[in-house]
Design a protein. Structure first.
Length: 194
């Protein structure tokens, strides 16, 4: 029979407990790596990506500021033009006033209005329009000055048709125009429905 060494069992138990402790420590370390360090790595990568994007924006800062300044200027100009056009659109058709303005412009341009025909006011979604047809006669320079002067009238209008025919006598031309006048939305109660 072999002698039983009581310390041998204690040594085996000691090594077993040390091995078990090492195994538990490794398990805790791996769990910590998956639970704590992996999310931190993902968050660090996301922060690095966001930093790159922000640095790209900072590199574009001067261009973006210049673009903002240009767009602000364009917006102010558009608002100014809108206010100017709005002032030139009455709330009622007032075609007699427009005829007086046209007659004065024709006189200044040495043009003769031979026919003036106001049309019916047509309602639109946020405004109304009225078509005006007219026939004038004058020299080429007078017709050009008349057309240029339309944009300077106190009343806003748009040329929707223009036909110029030459006449052999005295270098006079005949011009047939169709203009569209605008009426503001708050004048819709004055608008005739077709």
């Amino acid at each position: 029979m072999l002698p039983i060494d009581p310390n041998h069992k204690l040594r085996v138990l000691s090594w077993s407990l040390h091995g078990l402790g090492a195994l538990i420590a490794c398990t805790i370390g791996l769990a910590a790596a998956f639970v704590v360090y992996r999310p931190i790595d993902a968050q660090t990568a996301a922060c690095a990506e966001q930093t790159d994007r922000m640095q790209g924006v900072l590199r574009e800062e001067e261009r973006l500021r210049a673009e903002h300044s240009r767009l602000s200027t364009d917006l102010a100009s558009a608002r100014e033009q809108s206010a100017d056009v709005t002032k030139r659109i009455p709330d009622q058709p007032r075609e007699a006033d427009f005829l007086a303005q046209l007659s004065q412009l024709a006189d200044d341009s040495r043009l003769k209005i031979q026919d003036y025909r106001p049309g019916v006011v047509t309602p639109r979604s946020s405004y109304a329009t009225m078509r005006v047809d007219l026939i004038c006669e004058g020299d080429y320079d007078g017709i050009c000055r008349f057309l240029d002067g339309l944009s300077e009238l106190p009343r806003h209008s748009t040329i929707i048709r223009l036909q110029i025919d030459s006449a052999p006598r005295k270098e006079l031309y005949s011009a047939a125009l169709s203009l569209e006048l605008y009426v503001a939305a708050d004048g819709r109660s004055h608008v005739e429905k077709r």
